[in-house]
Design a protein around this ligand. Structure first.
Ligand code: MN
Length: 243
């Protein structure tokens, strides 16, 4: 397995999420702590973020071989392609979030920039959405919000699993905060809830590259394992903005 490049010099990863370490970088304090969205305020040229765990830490549910392709080939590819596409354009001066927002629902070159830049964010967020020995129950504050919106935790996870299964072709399923309520949504290809003014809490990547080496066509087993053994509810709770 090829060694990952050195991580962003202006980012450190901690157990609680990304901390922008450079002096001028904005920090967003959510109710639960440091908000991972600080990661969308970084400017080009973009670097591949450091994985928040070792490449074999999610085994047996996601193999180091899958991580080596998904993180070190696909995710890195989106980072490099974005840097190439925006070179010499107005986007070179913008934050990752502003690039994504400005190129959403456009065509031609803008669409290509969106597809790559949004995939940087989607994958940053996906890696953070998992942890070794994940699953279990959400922290109390998040559990209360889940019960308010879905009636029960089981109803929430079942709806999330159905969304991940119903996504036709490439895309993601997300637990999002939409105003006061929590919702489950799907996005196609590189699309992201950020452009719909929704606040993402958790995502699962259901592009085939995310699970095919380990599960082949058995997406349902992968989705079950994600919810039972991988999902990082503490990260979801840290992303909550509204009380
Ligand atoms: Mn992916």
């Amino acid at each position: 397995m090829k060694k990952p490049e050195k991580p962003d010099t202006d980012f450190m990863l901690t157990r609680r999420g990304f901390i922008a370490a450079s002096a001028g970088a904005a920090l967003f304090m959510g109710l639960g702590g440091i908000n991972a969205f600080a990661g969308t305020n970084r400017k080009p040229p973009f670097s591949l973020i450091a994985l928040p765990y070792d490449g074999n830490a999610l085994e047996p549910y996601i193999s180091s071989k899958t991580i080596s392709f998904h993180y070190d080939k696909h995710h890195r590819g989106y980072v490099n392609k974005t840097n190439t596409l925006i070179k010499g354009t107005e986007y070179e001066e913008m934050t990752l979030k502003d690039i994504i927002m400005a190129t959403a629902d456009k065509q031609g070159q803008e669409e290509e920039i969106f597809n790559n830049a949004a995939q940087i964010f989607n994958h940053d967020f996906y890696w953070m959405s998992m942890r070794p020995n994940g699953g279990g129950q959400p922290p109390e504050m998040l559990m209360q919000r889940i019960e308010d919106s879905f009636g029960s935790f089981e109803s929430c996870t079942e709806t999330f699993k159905e969304a991940a299964m119903d996504q036709f072709g490439s895309g993601y399923a997300w637990l999002v905060e939409n105003g006061d309520s929590l919702e489950i949504v799907n996005t196609d290809n590189a699309k992201t809830p950020m452009t719909e003014n929704m606040n993402p809490l958790i995502t699962i990547d259901v592009w085939e590259h995310a699970y095919y080496l380990d599960y082949q066509n058995r997406r349902v087993d992968h989705v079950d394992d994600f919810v039972e053994h991988l999902v990082n509810w503490e990260f979801a709770a840290e992303n909550l903005k509204n009380s």
